[in-house]
Design a protein around this ligand. Structure first.
Ligand SMILES: N[C@@H](CCC(=O)N[C@@H](CS)C(=O)NCC(=O)O)C(=O)O
Length: 213
């Protein structure tokens, strides 16, 4: 059985959990925490980041790499579109979701939860205010222009949808919700992705494991 290393509640671990669940692949999860300097874990992931997936002899790191591997190795229930243009768009949305969007939306969670609870550091409230007031709005303007009014980006639910939504689960844990007046398409898109049966099942299990939500 595959082994997923990574604590529930991480926006990146959540992507892999959803990919595994969508493809009905059984796995065991080890609740590996980030930021631990765990020497044993660094033997399989030298960056110390979560997630890492082990599938038999194969050990791979990084949620996007893992999800693309799952798509290649277990193609049933596709999570990436076909055709060069849509494939490129899907990669871009996954990259954006895992970089600037995660940095900002999950950054609110990092400041309000990870720093005080795990790292024993104070929340940088000035940084939280800067994220909410100045840094997130232009990104949300862009996302508002990219997501459909109904359904998912490529018609069926795929990793692009999940990648753009996932950091906002963490933002919501930290009390931040995308303003539905200002960004009506994207705020409805977030709710639609959260309500997808596979995603909502993962979120229910996550809330039970973490106590967040
Ligand atoms: N690009 C990586 C990012 C993973 C990541 O940054 N995970 C966070 C937890 S949500 C982490 O492990 N942070 C610890 C660190 O940066 O040292 C992926 O997509 O898996």
């Amino acid at each position: 059985m595959m082994i997923l290393h990574g604590a529930s509640g991480s926006p990146f671990v959540r992507k892999v959990q959803v990919a595994l669940a969508a493809k009905a692949l059984p796995y065991e999860q080890i609740q590996q925490l980030p930021f631990t300097k765990d020497a044993e874990y660094r033997k399989i992931n030298p960056l110390g980041k979560i997630p890492t997936l082990q599938d038999g002899e194969l050990t791979i790191c990084d949620s996007s790499v893992i999800c693309e591997y799952l798509e290649d190795a277990y193609p049933a229930a596709p999570l990436y579109p076909s055709g060069s243009a849509d494939k490129a768009r899907a990669r871009w949305y996954e990259e954006l979701g895992g970089s600037r969007v995660a940095e900002l939306a999950a950054g609110i969670f990092f400041q309000r939860f990870m720093r005080p609870m795990i790292l024993k550091q104070d929340t940088d409230e000035a940084l939280v205010a800067k994220i909410i007031d100045r840094q997130l709005p232009p990104i949300l303007d862009y996302l508002e222009s990219q997501v459909p009014e109904e359904g998912f980006i490529f018609g069926e639910f795929m990793m692009a949808d999940m990648s753009l939504m996932s950091p906002f689960v963490n933002a919501a844990y930290a009390g931040y919700h995308v303003d539905a007046q200002q960004w009506p398409h994207f705020s409805r898109f977030i709710e639609r992705v959260k309500s997808h049966p596979v995603v909502s099942e993962v979120l229910v299990a996550e809330a039970a494991t973490t106590g967040f939500g």
